[in-house]
Design a protein around this ligand. Structure first.
Ligand SMILES: N[C@@H](CCC(=O)N[C@@H](CS)C(=O)NCC(=O)O)C(=O)O
Length: 223
């Protein structure tokens, strides 16, 4: 199977980490997002949304990191995507929540508009209002993640690591690139440290850590 990816991509990294931990061999092909390779005809033919990750398994092509994680877990028979009806429904629920609630406001509403020029609003007042809106909602989702989703659970769905954890951890850890202070969310911090101790974390996050170091002197709005 081949994975089109980029090492700093927040949605590629959970796939890389899971594949690594689950020992799923992938043929990795970088799409250079910084030079705009994703907009070239060759790649748009692969993914019209011009985004990574994309998985190819023979003549089957799959986009969307959440769907790719589920597919890889099923192909490999990984316990990280349990087969029991309710256990699996819980993992799906968590991943949908991360994708549609948490990430929408935290990633797209607060982190990306500060970190990535293409997401920065041209008008300063609009940028400030975007961050204000994103911050307010992101704080609410972090409260939910901390107190309700995690609570005293080790992982998002209970005692066992699932693909929902790989997925969520990538978005939450992204906040560290803009130096978000998570000290008000003790369970989130504890869980994030557990995720960082997974064997795959270091290698998969080298590039984003380097990127974070490159913006260490940039002033970011606080969470
Ligand atoms: N919903 C998609 C989002 C993928 C995505 O946002 N990919 C970014 C990198 S993190 C990308 O390839 N951006 C390039 C572009 O938009 O041109 C997923 O989860 O796979």
């Amino acid at each position: 199977m081949k994975l089109y990816y980029h090492p700093v991509s927040t949605t590629s990294r959970p796939v890389m980490m899971f594949a690594d931990d689950a020992k799923i061999p992938l043929d990795y092909q970088i799409v250079d997002l910084f030079s705009g390779e994703q907009y070239k005809d060759e790649f748009v033919a692969i993914n019209p949304c011009h985004m990574v990750p994309v998985l190819e398994d023979g003549d089957f092509r799959l986009t969307e990191s959440s769907a790719i994680l589920k597919y890889l877990a099923d192909v490999s028979g990984s316990p990280a995507y349990p087969k029991g009806l309710r256990e699996r429904a819980r993992v799906n629920e968590r991943m949908d929540w991360v994708n549609t609630q948490f990430s929408r406001d935290f990633t797209y509403g607060f982190v990306y508009p500060q970190l990535l020029p293409m997401f920065k609003r041209k008008d300063e007042a609009v940028q400030a209002a975007t961050l204000e809106w994103g911050r307010e909602r992101a704080r609410d989702w972090l409260r939910v993640l901390d107190g309700c989703v995690l609570g005293d659970r080790k992982f998002l769905c209970g005692d066992d690591l699932t693909i929902a954890d790989y997925f969520a951890a990538s978005f939450v850890a992204l906040g560290e690139t803009i130096r978000c202070d998570f000290s008000a969310y003790a369970n989130v911090r504890r869980w994030l440290e557990t995720m960082k101790s997974q064997p795959s974390w270091r290698k998969a996050n080298e590039a984003i850590d380097g990127f974070a170091a490159s913006v260490k002197d940039v002033q970011f709005a606080a969470l």
